[in-house]
Design a protein around this ligand. Structure first.
Ligand SMILES: [Zn+2]
Ligand SMILES: [Zn+2]
Length: 153
């Protein structure tokens, strides 16, 4: 799995996302899909090999948070469907199926979690990294840490 890096376009008001596939280390250049501005990124060899992110290649930031790629509506839909199905089985007094449905929903949720993976996001510039090694120093989003960077122009 190659490392996938997504950074925001630097042009003001553009909001485009520029994608880099960091298979090789070194400087890379990609065009913004929205405005065509080119964006340069220096990928270090550790990152290209799928190592963990320690320094952001876009802004030099050293703090990151983890975000699940798993869409919340999908997880909710599975839970609701399972709840409806288990009520039906409960009504029919088919207790074994109630447990199979509820257990199945938990397994599907867990499987989706692993398939969709986790993105590492830079607090400072919101660059996203996928396919990188898990860094135990990174945790979920922390508002206090995020606000530290809110003042950075
Ligand atoms: Zn742009
Ligand atoms: Zn950054």
């Amino acid at each position: 799995m190659s490392v996938d890096v997504r950074v925001r376009c630097l042009r003001e008001g553009c909001g485009g996302i520029v994608r880099f596939a960091a298979r090789d280390s070194g400087e890379q250049e990609r065009d913004c899909p929205r405005c065509g501005d080119s964006r340069r990124l220096a990928i270090d060899s550790d990152l290209a090999r799928g190592g963990s992110v320690t320094v952001c290649p876009c802004c030099g930031g050293r703090e990151f948070f983890l975000r699940k790629d798993f869409p919340q509506w999908l997880g909710l839909m599975i839970v609701i469907d399972a709840a409806i199905a288990s009520c039906v089985f409960l009504y029919l007094k088919m207790m074994m199926w109630v447990w199979i449905v509820l257990g199945g929903a938990v397994l599907v949720d867990a499987a989706l979690y692993f398939v969709t993976g986790i993105a590492t996001v830079c607090y400072r510039c919101r660059a996203e990294f996928r396919g990188v090694a898990y860094n135990p120093a990174h945790t979920g989003f922390d508002l206090a840490t995020s606000e530290k960077y809110a003042q950075v122009p």
